[in-house]
Design a protein around this ligand. Sequence first.
Ligand code: HEC
Length: 113
Amino acid sequence: MRCAGIAFGLALAALLAAAPALAATNGVGRPGYGKTLAREMCGECHVVAPDQKSGGDPLAPNLVERVQDAGITELALRAYLQTSHPIMPNVRLTVEQTDDIVAYLLSLKGAKR
Ligand code: HEC
């Protein structure tokens, strides 16, 4: 249990160290990290970048196009990613990964496609 305690302490320290950097941006997420995460975790099915030719799953909407929709808000994305849905597999994301991916996707609003 000592090890777990140390690991938790380290994680907490890392989180606290990151806090001032996060406060410098508008949202909590880091779009730069989110882009990499989205390519790795979502890109096999969805188009997640304007320069990505196609997603792998014909049922998965092109997210670059979807985020142009005014209804795709931060809240809508978070709700979608945190609840279960019938067709898309439930991707398990940490809070940080969710923040980063949501920040990245929202940064695509207005992106050329
Ligand atoms: C294995 C394939 C697959 C992966 C991986 C995947 N998705 Fe999906 N996603 C889908 C499919 C299929 C749908 C359409 C579901 C439906 O129509 O109900 C969908 C739907 C969505 C929607 C709803 C879009 C809309 O039009 O309302 C969002 C948002 C979304 N995915 C985000 C993500 C994000 C972010 C990731 C990565 C963390 C991800 N998805 C990973 C297959 C995938």
